[in-house]
Design a protein around this ligand. Structure first.
Ligand SMILES: CC(C)(COP(=O)(O)OP(=O)(O)OC[C@H]1O[C@@H](n2cnc3c(N)ncnc32)[C@H](O)[C@@H]1OP(=O)(O)O)[C@@H](O)C(=O)NCCC(=O)NCCS
Length: 332
């Protein structure tokens, strides 16, 4: 009889080493959005808080944007690409399903020793990736994990659909996670409510539309999503702070998924956040970039001096699925 299989063991603790973002060159104003829908700059700003967003160039792919952000994050982490043991590309807008984007992204980054795969959990993708990457390092299946959230909504949003055309943008945000002497990533609070799967969904599968010579587009029940996010994400955020063994007095920054400024405001009110906590409001400039929004907002807050390295931040990702993931992290 053979002995027991040796289990893998990893680092005691993990932390974020770096964050890196990529924003496509083309800035799209509300005025440009309103060329295709019956709306106004004022309506869009009032209802969503969005003033501008970025759209990728037509030939610019999920992989291109992921490599740009991922390369920045690896360089800022001070590690060599060969030291990355896993590349996780979180995206819900990969219009080519096979192969996954991860392997090409890892190859182009020079992460030749990395497992590479995709994660499709929409706007909660980055926070799921951080949780997975952290547990992979603690479990011993990875040393450094590159988590990238990347979206190209301009491929899947109908510019003439006034219920959705103004919300989403394109971009990529990445972070390197690695071993740490002290805990830098708290336990994740995550879950899903598939009974509300139709709240944000493609209006058809690719085959059905292609057969009819049409394109599939994203559709959203805005009020249903708003209600769920504004009222059900505050308890998730509160729980993430509790399971980290902290209180809101210990939190320096609140970085929720940048879905809609009014959702952020509703969460801030529901959580009764102390005034010392810096609130991410990158949505004004970037729109809703789904899986990319949390790392892009984190990078923006660092660049603007709204938070400093070593600060304690509460991250909350939520969106299509419906799905969510939240955790407390130390800012790299
Ligand atoms: C999308 C959203 C901004 C719409 O705001 P809303 O207040 O719910 O808007 P409604 O759909 O109730 O429509 C209100 C009015 O605005 C109008 N309207 C809808 N879209 C409009 C647009 N783009 N421009 C101008 N008017 C618009 C409607 O026709 C309606 O007019 P009426 O009162 O004369 O009937 C809001 O529901 C929302 O933010 N939902 C969450 C979306 C989100 O965050 N998604 C990402 C999740 S990851």
């Amino acid at each position: 009889m053979t002995g027991p299989i040796r289990p893998s063991t990893g680092a005691a603790h993990t932390r974020l080493y770096s964050v890196g973002g990529y924003r496509p060159a083309r800035l799209v104003t509300n005025a440009e959005i309103c060329e295709h829908i019956d709306s106004t700059d004022e309506w869009i700003r009032t209802r969503s808080g969005i003033a501008t967003r970025r759209f990728a160039a037509p030939g610019e792919t999920i992989q291109d944007m992921s490599v740009a952000a991922g390369g920045k994050a690896i360089a800022a982490a001070g590690i060599a690409p060969e030291q990355v043991s896993a590349v996780i590309v979180a995206s819900c807008t990969t219009i080519v399903q096979i192969p996954a984007a991860g392997p090409e992204v890892a190859h182009r980054l020079g992460a030749t020793n990395a497992a590479a795969f995709d994660l499709n959990i929409a706007c909660a993708g980055f926070c799921h990736g951080v949780a997975l990457g952290s547990d992979m390092i603690r479990g011993g299946s990875a040393e450094y994990v590159l988590v990238i959230g990347t979206e190209k909504f301009s491929d899947v949003v109908d510019p003439t659909d006034r219920s959705i055309a103004f919300i989403f943008g394109d971009g990529s945000g990445a972070a390197v996670i690695g071993p740490s002497d002290v805990p830098g990533i708290g336990p994740v609070v995550w879950g899903a409510d598939g009974s509300q799967a139709s709240a944000i969904e493609m209006n058809a599968d690719w085959v059905t539309k292609a057969t009819a010579g049409e394109r599939a587009f994203l559709q959203m029940n805005g009020q249903q999503v708003f209600r769920w996010a504004a009222y059900e994400m505050a308890p998730v955020a509160r729980r993430a702070v509790e399971v980290a063994g902290l209180t809101f007095d210990d939190i320096d920054a609140f970085i929720p998924h940048q879905a809609n400024m009014r959702i952020t405001d509703a969460m801030v009110r529901a959580l009764k956040l102390p005034s010392h906590i810096a609130i991410a409001r990158d949505i004004a400039d970037s729109g809703n970039t789904s899986a990319a929004s949390v790392p892009l907002a984190m990078e923006t807050m660092l660049e603007r001096g709204e938070i400093a390295s070593g600060a304690t931040a509460l991250l909350v990702g939520f969106g299509a699925g419906l799905s969510f993931a939240a955790q407390v992290v130390t800012i790299p």
